[in-house]
Structure formats: C-alpha cells, structure tokens
Ligand binder design. Structure first.
Ligand code: SAM
Length: 283
C-alpha cells in the first residue's frame, strides 16, 4: 500500500519555525521548508506519530521540553572536519600560541572556546595544535571549552570516537600521537581529552563564565542566525575576549554591526579584540 507523506500546514510550519528560532536563533524560512519536513519526518517515524499535528501536540505536552531538544538536534547542521579551514590553525601555531604558551608556562590561565563544536573535530584540532606548541600544556592552566546547543553533538564530542575516514586528514604522525585505535575507529587519547571540557550551551542564552577567553572559535554557525542575533553575538564575544584575544569565524561570515569597531581584522576571518570597551550590557 502506498502511503502519502503527511503534509505540513502553514500554521504548523510557523509554530515549528518559531520554536526553533526561540530555542536556537536558527532561522527557518520558506526556502528551508522541505528540509524541515524531511528532518521532522524522521522524528515522526521514531515517535510513531501519524502527522505534524500530532508532533505539534507533543511539543505542547508534558514532555514537550525534552522533545524541543530532539527537534533542535534534528534541525541543526553539524558538518565539520578535523582542521577545517586550516589557515586558522596555521595562524595559531605561527603567531597566536607563542605568547599564550609563554603565559601558560609562567603559571597564567589560558582559555580557548570552541563555541559551536559539533561532533568535536574543531576543539580536538585546537587541542592537537596547542599540544604541538606546548607538549606539557595539560600540566598548566590551559583549558579548551567545547560547547554546542545540540546535546547529541556534545555527547559525541565528549566521546571522541571517529571513523577512519574522518581521521585520515590528520596524517599518520598526528593520528599516532593523539589517537588510539579502537576496533575499526579511532579514539582521542585520554591525556588530550584532559584539556577539554564539554558543555551543552545555547549561544543565545546566558553564558555561565566567570573569566574571559584568549581565543574563541565560532565558525560556520552564525550563517544560520538572523542579522540581529548575529550582531548581538559579536558584541558578546567581544565582551568575553581578553584584550588582544582572537575570534575565528567561518569562511562566509564577517563581524558586522556595532561590534565591528571592537575588533581588527588581522587574517582570513580572523579578528583581534582591540582595547575599545564594550558599551552595551552584553551578558
Ligand atoms: C556547521 S556546524 C559547525 C561546526 C564547527 N564550528 C565547524 O566550523 O566545523 C554548526 C554547529 O552549530 C551548532 N549550533 C546551532 N545553533 C546553535 C546555538 N544557538 N548555540 C550553539 N550552537 C549552535 C549546531 O548544533 C552545529 O553543531
């Protein structure tokens, strides 16, 4: 028997798009309608629901908050890779890490943040680069925070288990140094993991930080946000970076709006926080 796929009404589309926007800042416009349908269809099958009306009811029900997290996981795009946009890691090794590692050796606190870490390839690439610059970094006050709004991605990042295909780009030297073979996959070594902390964090919510960062990676995520949310985020990153700290963003992103005067563009999508104070009440 041929079954017709359920239809998404305009009211349901708006409701789902509004929930996603409220929870993550991600904009779902008409152009993304078929993507939304495909991704939520998968949830319908998993939950054994007949149509989108039943799904909307579930979102309004007692376990609605839990389902909203699944909805976010379903809708986020998690494409990533080890050493993606390698010029950023080159900039770290050639200029940024030298003074920071001297600070670490002198007992100072050094902090990195991968703010949309997906399945972990980005923060681990950061860790490998730091360890190449300072092999004993884990013995100093050096930490990498890896966060993402998608709980499934945070779990995968923390697990640190990667298929051979994903690891190939590391080459034999790095993979032998930083990974261990586990069955037909590769696991990040525990001594590397010791430098990282993983947390589920929505960039548009409150940030639980007490201190500032020296380097922030926020790459290939603001492209999914509307202009206002994106500009607010630049402002908040400026407030969260030490003077002279670096913000790396994705290849098709740029710092715009009032925050542009808080940064100097010093490389390809690489910004240095200047001394201009942040004026707004960024949290
Ligand atoms: C395309 S991946 C980019 C991963 C990595 N930064 C890179 O460039 O390879 C985008 C990631 O942003 C996350 N994301 C989307 N909205 C977010 C939000 N509001 N707060 C935190 N992370 C978010 C998604 O879950 C996804 O893992």
């Amino acid at each position: 028997m041929i079954t017709t796929p359920p239809e998404l009404t305009q009211a349901q589309f708006r409701k789902l798009a509004d929930i996603i926007h409220a929870d993550s800042g991600i904009v779902i416009n008409e152009a993304k309608r078929s993507l939304l349908v495909a991704r939520i269809n998968r949830r319908l099958r998993i939950l054994d629901l007949q149509d989108f009306g039943a799904y909307c009811q579930k979102l309004d029900g007692a376990d609605g908050a839990q389902e909203r997290r699944h909805l976010l996981s379903a809708i986020t795009t998690n494409v990533t890779a080890f050493f993606r946009e390698p010029h950023h890691f080159d900039a770290l090794s050639s200029e940024i890490l030298k003074p920071l590692m001297a600070d670490a050796r002198a007992g100072k606190r050094v902090r990195f943040w991968s703010a949309a870490c997906s399945s972990g390839e980005e923060p681990y690439s950061l860790a490998f680069t730091v360890l190449e610059a300072l092999p004993e970094a884990a013995r100093h006050d050096v930490l990498i925070l890896a966060s993402d709004v998608d709980p499934q991605m945070v779990r995968r990042a923390e697990e640190g288990l990667y298929a051979e295909d994903a690891v190939r780009v590391l080459g034999p030297e790095r993979s032998q140094r930083f990974m261990v073979r586990r069955d037909d996959a590769y696991a990040v070594r525990d001594d590397v993991k010791a430098m990282l902390r993983f947390v589920e964090l929505n960039l548009h919510a409150q940030w639980p930080f007490t201190g500032k960062f020296d380097v922030i990676f926020c790459r290939n995520v603001t492209i999914y946000f509307d202009g206002e949310a994106r500009r607010r985020l630049w402002q908040r990153f400026a407030g969260q970076l030490n003077e002279g700290g670096t913000l790396f963003i994705g290849h098709s992103e740029r710092v715009d709006g009032p925050a542009a005067e808080l940064f100097e563009l010093v490389g390809t999508t690489q910004y240095r926080r200047n001394a201009v104070p942040v004026q707004t009440t960024a949290s």
